[in-house]
Design a protein around this ligand. Structure first.
Ligand code: ASP
Ligand code: MG
Length: 403
């Protein structure tokens, strides 16, 4: 079998942990597997490197910052290879240049375009364990570029795809994917199996374990992913294709980075919604939940949510354009939060939304906005009530059997 094993920063944070990872790698190697390892920088190295750069220059040139940040992963890869040698096994470390991982030009936010696998295959042929730096690629100018924070997961999946790996294992400091954040929801349980789309929804809702793009890539190339802890031997969570029979509901997620804006008294005529959202899109502001009231007396109201850091900019922009839109006034609020449930059972089981709303009602909580899709229901409520609401919804939907 060809295995890609990715170790996150927390799994390599000190010498003992590097040896711990090395032993896990060697255990699989001894079973006659070909092994490609992808590593992140140790512990908080990337954060520390960013701070260090900013001590010199608060806004360092992106090219120089990328050149600097990739050293974190290079250190991890070399140290892991040295630990494997120390334990008596063959290994070679390769950076993005040596492994020929080619990416788009964008510094700080590149994407992998292509990987030329000759060198990697060559090293595997020589029976080496191949340790590759995550989070980095080489651009058209032969500069190092990084793939965005958390990007090592995406490096691992891209390598698994090009090498046609049988499995891509992501080692981290938690046991796998949970039905909710276990620090907030007491009844949170580990998910054994989940399909790509559900995982993408959970990832985008803030239950961050995997880099979003890694799941998109895994889906595209049908790569089986396992997320597991490097601190124990528990089985972890499997992320696979549509055909897997998952549960009706996979998880409950909280997003506190939400602000709501209501535009009251817009003219009720065709094109208003288009013009409003065209303005936001020109400024690259992503809108999430949207509701529009029924028109009355030739006016209507539109409410939508944006990430909190965009609230001021959005409000300013709307104020500046009041003559153009001819609305009456604006209302905005930062003290809201979004609660979502995700699962492939939502479209086919009307009980799920009923049980979610029942749990919210039993807590005496008022719902401000609702949005639904085939695999997701989101509601907007007061931020103060988000944790009790999430616990109640989790209890009603995931700690009871749904018939
Ligand atoms: N070291 C990088 C980061 O901290 C990449 C990664 O860990 O995936 O974002
Ligand atoms: Mg990560």
């Amino acid at each position: 079998m060809l295995l890609v094993k990715k170790f996150g920063g927390s799994s390599l944070a000190n010498n003992n942990l590097i040896f711990n990872a090395a032993k896990k790698i060697i255990a699989d190697y001894k079973k006659k597997n070909k092994i490609v390892v992808v590593v992140s920088a140790q512990g908080n190295t990337t954060d520390e490197l960013i701070l260090k750069a900013q001590e010199i220059n608060l806004s360092p040139a992106k090219r120089e910052l990328d050149m600097f940040l990739v050293t974190g992963e290079i250190q991890s890869a070399c140290l892991t290879a040295m630990a494997i040698h120390k334990l008596g096994y063959p290994a070679v470390s390769l950076n993005a240049f040596q492994a020929e991982i080619l990416g788009l030009n964008n510094y700080g936010n590149s994407r992998i375009k292509k990987i030329n696998p000759e060198r990697i295959l060559n090293e595997l042929e020589k029976n080496n364990i191949v340790i590759i730096t995550g989070f980095q690629a080489i651009n058209f100018y032969n500069d190092f570029v990084t793939l965005g924070r958390g990007g090592s997961d995406t490096s691992a999946v891209a390598l698994a795809a090009i090498l046609n790996a049988d499995l891509c294992e992501i080692y981290t400091d938690v046991d796998g994917i949970y039905t909710a954040d276990p620090r907030i929801i007491k009844g949170a349980k580990k998910i054994k199996k989940i399909n790509y789309d559900e995982m993408l929804e959970l990832a985008s809702l803030g239950t961050v374990v995997l880099h979003n793009r890694s799941v998109e890539l895994a889906k595209k190339y049908n790569i089986k992913l396992v997320v597991k802890s490097s601190f124990n031997d528990n089985s972890g969570s499997l992320i696979g294709d549509e055909k897997m029979e998952g549960s009706l509901i996979n998880g409950v997620a909280i997003d506190k980075n939400v602000a709501v804006i209501s535009v009251i008294g817009l003219e009720d005529e065709p094109g208003m919604v288009f013009k409003l959202f065209a303005l936001l899109s020109r400024k690259n502001i992503c809108v999430d939940l949207i509701i529009q009231s029924i028109g009355r007396q030739n006016t209507k109201d539109i409410s939508f949510t944006v990430a909190r850091e965009f609230l001021n900019e959005t409000v300013e922009m709307l104020k500046k354009n009041i003559d153009f839109f001819r609305y009456d006034h604006l209302i905005f609020d930062k003290t809201v939060a979004k609660l979502s449930v995700v699962g492939t059972g939502i479209a086919s089981n009307p009980k799920i939304s009923m049980m979610m709303f029942e749990a919210i009602y039993n807590q005496g909580i008022n719902i401000k906005m609702i949005s639904t899709s085939e695999i997701k229901i989101s509601i907007l409520i007061d931020e103060k009530e988000i944790e009790s609401a999430a616990n109640a919804v989790h209890k009603n939907l995931l700690e009871n059997e749904i018939g």
